[in-house]
Ligand binder design. Structure first.
Ligand code: PNS
Length: 166
C-alpha cells in the first residue's frame, strides 16, 4: 500500500492546498493530511478548526475514500513513520519556496532515508496564494471566494467576527 503524508499548518486550508491534495491523492493509495499543532508561530485558527475545515473540504470534494486527516506534534519524519508513509508531499509555488523546502526535504531525508519528499508544482492560478494572504483579506472583510473552498468561507468570516480585526 502506497502511503504519503501531506503536512502543513493549514491556517486555513486554501484552494492551492486542495489542488495539491487532489493531485497527490491520485498517485497513492492513502494520503494522510498532517495538521501541525506545535508550530512556533501562533495560528489564528485552532487545531480543531483547521482539522474541521479540512474535513469539510474533503467531504465536499468526495475525497474521503483515500484521505485521512490527522494532527501531529513533533517531527514530521516521526509522524510519517507512524503512518507507514513512504513519501512526504509538499507544494512548490515559486522560487521563494525553494530554499526552505529543499532544506526541509534534505534534513528529513538525512534523518529517515527511507522517506522521500515529492514536490508538486502549484498550478499557475494558485501560485500567488497563501494562507496568510487569505487571513489578511478576511481580517479586513475582503472577498475570499477565489482563494478558499466555498464550504469554509463563512467559518472564516465568523472567526474574525469573534476575535475582531487583528
Ligand atoms: O504549512 P507549513 O507551515 O509551511 O508547514 C511546515 C511543516 C509542517 C512542513 C514544517 O514546519 C514541519 O515539518 N514541522 C514539523 C517539525 C519538523 O519535522 N521540522 C523539520 C526538521 S527541522
Amino acid at each position: 500500500m502506497k502511503i504519503a503524508v501531506y503536512p502543513g499548518s493549514f491556517d486555513p486550508v486554501t484552494l492551492g492546498h486542495l489542488d495539491i491534495i487532489q493531485r497527490a491523492s491520485k498517485l497513492v493509495d492513502r494520503l494522510v493530511i498532517g495538521v501541525l499543532t506545535n508550530i512556533s508561530k501562533k495560528t489564528v485558527f485552532s487545531m480543531e478548526e483547521r482539522v474541521k475545515f479540512l474535513e469539510l473540504v474533503i467531504k465536499e470534494y468526495n475525497l474521503e475514500s483515500k484521505i485521512k486527516i490527522e494532527s501531529f506534534n513533533g517531527l514530521l519524519v516521526d509522524f510519517a513513520k507512524a503512518q507507514n508513509a513512504s513519501f512526504i508531499v509538499r507544494g512548490l509555488r515559486a522560487v521563494t519556496d525553494f530554499d526552505y523546502e529543499l532544506q526541509l526535504a534534505q534534513t528529513n531525508h538525512v534523518m529517515v532515508p527511507d522517506i522521500d519528499t515529492v514536490f508538486f508544482t502549484t498550478r499557475l492560478e494558485y501560485s500567488y496564494l497563501s494562507s496568510s494572504t487569505v487571513r489578511e483579506i478576511a481580517n479586513f472583510g475582503g472577498d475570499i471566494r477565489h482563494f478558499v473552498p466555498e464550504c469554509i468561507i463563512q467559518f472564516i468570516y465568523d472567526k474574525y467576527k469573534t476575535i475582531g480585526s487583528v
